[in-house]
Design a protein around this ligand. Sequence first.
Ligand code: NDP
Length: 444
Amino acid sequence: MKYVEKVLENLKERNPNEPEFHQAATEILTTLAPVVEKHPEYEAAGLLERFVEPERVVLFRVPWTDDCGKVHVNKGYRVQFNSAIGPYKGGLRFHPSVNLSIIKFLGLEQILKNSLTGLPIGGGKGGSDFDPKGRSDREIMTFCQSFMTELYRHIGADTDVPAGDIGVGGREIGYLFGQYKRIRDEHVGVLTGRGLTYGGSLVRTEATGYGLIYITEEALKVRGESFKGKTVVISGSGNVAIYACEKAQSLGAKVVAMYDSQGYVYDADGIKLDVIKDIKEVKRGRIKEYAQRVKSAEYKEGCKGIWTIACDIALPCATQNEIDKESAEILVKNGVRYVGEGANMPSTLEAIEVFQKSGVVFLPAKAANAGGVATSALEMAQSSGRMFWSFEEVDKKLKNIMVNIYHNIDEAAKEYGYEGNYVMGANIAGFIKVATAMMAHGIV
Ligand code: NDP
C-alpha cells in the first residue's frame, strides 16, 4: 500500500466518528502523493503521521449562568495542531455544531493556509458548542469570561494566538481579551481581531472578504477578465460574506443573492449592502427582514436554493459542506465559471470534482480565505512592534499577499503537472514549507 493511503487508513481507524476531519485529511493527503513520492525521506521520518496528529488537544468544561440564573455547561476546545513555522494561529468558533471533528478539520486546513500566507504562523483552531444566538450581551460576556478562565493558561503572544470565526466577532474578542488581561496582567497581542483602541489592526474586519475578492480578481485578470458586470452569488451574511460583497460591488460586480442559516434573499437589482449591514451587524436580525425592506427582493426559506440562481461567480462564505454534488451540477449547468471559497471546506469532495471536471476555476478555501489570518499576522507584527499602520498600508499588504498566493499555487500546480488544479497547488505549496521546517526540527 502506498504511503499516503496507509496514513489515511490509519487516521480513519484511530479517529473514528470524525467525518469532517476524515474529509479534510482525504482532500489534503491525496493531493500530496506526488510530493511524498519525490521525497522518500518523509516516509522514513514518519512525517505525514506527525503532520495529521495534533501536537496538543485541550478539552475543557465551560460553566456559565444565564440571565435567569440557570447554570449551563458547554464544551471548550483548543487544538494546537502544528507549530513548525510559527506559534499556533487560528480562530475560535462558537456554534452548537462544534465538536472535536470540526475543530480538527479546521486546524488541519489552517496549517497549510497559514503557510500559504508566507508569514510565520503555525496552525490551530478552537471553540465551543455554545450557541450565541438570542443571548444577551451579559450572557455572552459571562460565557467568554468562563471560556478564557481556562484557555488563558494554554495561549500566549508567542505560543498560540486565537482569533474569531463563526459566532466570534469583535464583541466576543473584546470580552475574551478583557478576561485574559485581567488574569495574566499583561497587555499583549494574544488574540487578533481586537478593537482599534486596544491593539487591533485596520482592515482586519474586512480582510477575509476583501482577500477572497483580491485572489478571485487575480484569477480573472490572468484570463483577461474582471469583476465588472459579473453576476455573483454569495452565501452567508456574516463577516466574510459582507466584506466580500462590499469589495465585489466596488469592482463593478452585481451581487444578487445572500443567505443566513434560515433562508436566502434574491435581489435582481443587486443586494443593497447597507441594508444587510444594518440587519446583521447592527440589529443582529434575520435576513428575511431584507425582503420586507427592499421591494425588488424575494425571500425563500432554506439555504440550498441559493445555488439554483444563475451566476458567473459563486462565493460560498457561510460554513462547511454547503455545496454538494447536486448544487455544484446546477451551478455548472447555469454557467458558473469561477468558485472562490470564503468559508472553510464549503464544497464537498464530490462538488469539487464536478467543478474541476467542468473547467470551472476553483479557488480552494485555504488559499482563497487566507486574507483573514494574513491580516491577523499583520496585527501581531504591529502589536510586537508597538506601531499602527494606516488602512491603505494594510490593505496594500493584504492585496500583495493574496496575489502572491494565487501565483504560488498556480506555479506549484504547474510544477507537479496539474496546471489549473488549485486544490493540488494550494496543498502542495502550503505543505512543502511546513514539511521542510518539520524535517529540520528532527523527530518532535
Ligand atoms: P459569521 O458568524 O460572521 O457568519 C456566518 C454566516 O454563515 C452567517 O450568515 C450564518 O447564518 C451562516 N451560517 C453559519 N452556519 C450555517 C449553517 N450551518 N447553515 C447555513 N448558514 C450558516 O462567520 P464568518 O463570516 O466569520 O465565517 C464564515 C466562514 O468563513 C466560516 O467557514 C469560517 O470558518 C470562515 N472563515 C472566516 C474567517 C474570518 O476572518 N472571519 C477567516 C477564514 C475563514 P446565521 O447568522 O443565521 O447563523
